[in-house]
Design a protein around this ligand. Structure first.
Ligand code: DGY
Length: 320
């Protein structure tokens, strides 16, 4: 008989499941959909360990439903879904998956940036619908990226990768961060500025900050007023960092030129009005969705959980 019972709340790449299965009895949500809260709580009732998703609240109610829990591994780097303080108070270690999805997420931010500023979805639609009349001097004119100013909000791992990649486009990089990042400045020739300065000067702003009470609605009506009318906002971080209603107004009125979004304030629901706009590109929270990143996330989550189950230190523990 295997030593530990593990529940995985949604199918993840096999690398993680195979590793866990060597020593644990592993059960995976059999449905291709999130579990309802009742289903989830029933499934974790006798679990020693759980791997879960950013869409599940890991709080006191969750811990009450899993009284044997020795550890919880988030299958995400962002951990605004976890009440870390409560986990720590109960002596339950919790972890996330940093580093392994840095490149994938930064690449996604670039994909959104180019998609929106070169109108790729609209152009694709036109061609696909057989409505294209041929090369046109004035059609789908967008913004050039090379040599422009990139504003990075949140100078952590993903913000840094985004800035690093901008070197190929010879961009000026500004960043806003609550802490000084000397390495960021030296290696990337990036300049730390106040948020207001970043808003005023940037041609492209990319969000890479975690969701915290301080960053909720950090981008709001006031912010959009300060941005250039020609500027674009890219969000691969967390939806609630942006006040989505204010963003819709700014996109409608031309206060900003466009937005590329991978995350939403009320995910997976969209604020009414967003889907009708043609100066926004909407992706389905796929920042980390590369084969490499997702496999490595599964492996890291499994390693974290195995360490917790054995009473050791998980490689990427969140508890202080
Ligand atoms: C994360 O890891 O936080 C992303 O949002 C999903 O991979």
């Amino acid at each position: 008989m295997k030593k530990h019972k593990v529940y995985v709340t949604r199918a993840i790449p096999k690398e993680g499941i195979e590793l866990l299965s060597q020593t644990c009895e592993v059960q995976v949500n059999p449905h291709d959909r999130p579990l309802t809260q009742d289903e989830l709580f029933e499934a974790i009732a006798d679990a020693d360990g759980v791997i879960g998703l950013l869409s599940e609240r890991i709080d006191g109610t969750f811990f009450n439903a899993a009284p044997k829990l020795k550890g919880y591994a988030n299958y995400a780097v962002g951990f605004d879904n976890i009440d870390v303080e409560e986990a720590t108070r109960r002596g339950v270690p919790v972890s996330n998956t940093p580093d392994v999805l840095t490149i994938a997420t930064a690449e996604m931010a670039w994909a959104l940036l180019f998609s929106v500023c070169r109108h790729i979805p609209a152009s694709d639609k036109l061609v696909r619908n057989d409505s294209w009349k041929g090369w046109s001097p004035l059609q789908f004119i967008g913004a050039e990226v090379t040599g422009k100013t990139l504003g990075i909000v949140g100078a952590g791992r993903i913000g840094r990768a985004m800035a690093q990649m901008s070197k190929g486009f010879n961009m000026k990089v500004l960043y806003f961060s609550r802490t000084n990042k000397p390495d960021f400045e030296e290696a990337l020739n990036a300049e730390k500025v106040e948020l207001e300065e970043l808003l005023i000067q940037s041609d492209f702003i990319s969000l890479h900050t975690p969701l915290t009470p301080e960053t909720r609605h950090m981008f709001n009506a006031e912010s959009f007023k300060k941005m250039k009318n020609t500027a674009y906002l890219i969000n691969t971080a967390r939806g609630p960092v942006v006040d989505e209603s204010a963003l819709i107004e700014a996109l409608k009125s031309g206060e900003i030129a466009g937005a590329g979004l991978d995350v939403y304030e009320f995910e997976p629901k969209l604020t009414p009005g967003l889907r009708e706009l043609d100066n926004v590109v909407l992706a389905a929270h796929t920042g980390s969705a590369t084969d490499t990143a997702r496999s490595n996330m599964a492996l890291l989550a499994a390693k974290n959980l195995l360490a917790m189950l054995e009473g050791g230190n998980p490689p990427t523990c969140l508890n202080p």
